[in-house]
Design a protein around this ligand. Structure first.
Ligand SMILES: [Zn+2]
Length: 265
């Protein structure tokens, strides 16, 4: 497998100078229209992340998130599915020690149906849950959220800091993920935690395996998924914002998704 080598340039994900290489070209998986139909996946050997180039622009993001419903089918509302999802988040909260025993404050970013808030209320009824989402689609349907902020995290009023923040299948959508880490860190208490889940890469993928495994990867969403992160990316970037990696597990869904906890200093 041969990569087209790119000139020594800066990685868009980690910001470091890097010998970036092109994994291959990928076509949009969403009908669009987008500002281009020609996207590639780029690998940074410094931070080991794979990212979409070009990133979606402002109009593309509008097409993706404001002009289409994300939760229209019953995939997220059938009782069996609800039980399965809550079991996952409930066990993550227990096993990773994400919540203090009493009066925890939980911030769920890009919340949608706010599963982490719901599992937190189940695990610790004294907790306070704040959800944020740019879409109002789910805001009226989450009785387990004490305060549902519709708008960006930057626009959310300053409030008492949080013990736990979560971004579940959110960070891969962000054009500026490092800026989000900075904003979240500013809203956490000292020793507060950020719980992240996101797509990782196709099962067993290594750089030498090229683009083919990506084409059948269920999490290849072009251009919605902007970056496929690595442990190395978080290890490099989190300390710039006063956080460190305390848990990493990339075995989820046969190695296609990861689970991460960052802790604020
Ligand atoms: Zn990088």
């Amino acid at each position: 497998m041969f990569f087209r080598r790119q000139a020594d340039t800066r990685c868009r994900a980690c910001g470091e100078k890097s010998h970036l290489s092109t994994v291959g070209d990928v076509a949009p998986t969403h009908p669009g229209p987008f500002h281009t139909a020609e996207f590639s996946l780029i690998l940074c050997p410094e931070c080991e992340s794979v990212y979409l180039d070009p990133a979606p622009d402002t109009d593309d993001l509008r097409v993706l998130y404001e002009e289409s419903l994300q939760f229209a089918d019953d995939h997220y509302t059938s009782p069996e599915q609800v039980a399965r999802i809550l079991e996952y988040y409930g066990s993550a909260i227990r096993n990773l020690g994400l919540l203090p025993d009493r009066n925890a404050r939980v911030l769920e970013i890009g919340a949608g149906f706010a599963w982490v808030s719901r599992a937190s209320k189940d695990a610790s009824p004294s907790c306070t849950t704040v959800a944020q989402d740019v879409s109002a689609e789910c805001a009226e349907r989450c009785s387990w959220v004490d305060r549902y902020h519709v708008g960006s995290l930057e626009e959310m009023p300053q409030m008492e800091p949080f013990d736990l923040a979560s971004m579940t299948h959110v960070i891969e959508h962000l054009v500026e993920p490092e800026a989000m880490l900075r904003s979240v860190s500013q809203r956490l208490k000292p020793a507060g935690k950020l719980f992240v889940t996101a797509p990782y890469r196709p099962t067993g993928w290594k750089p030498g395996k090229g683009i083919e495994p990506w084409k059948s990867y269920s999490y290849l969403h072009v251009p919605a998924h902007v970056t496929y992160f690595s442990r190395q990316w978080f290890t490099r970037v989190a300390p710039r914002h006063g956080m460190r990696v305390v848990h990493w597990d990339a075995r989820h869904e046969d190695g296609q998704a990861f689970e991460l906890v960052l802790q604020r200093n």
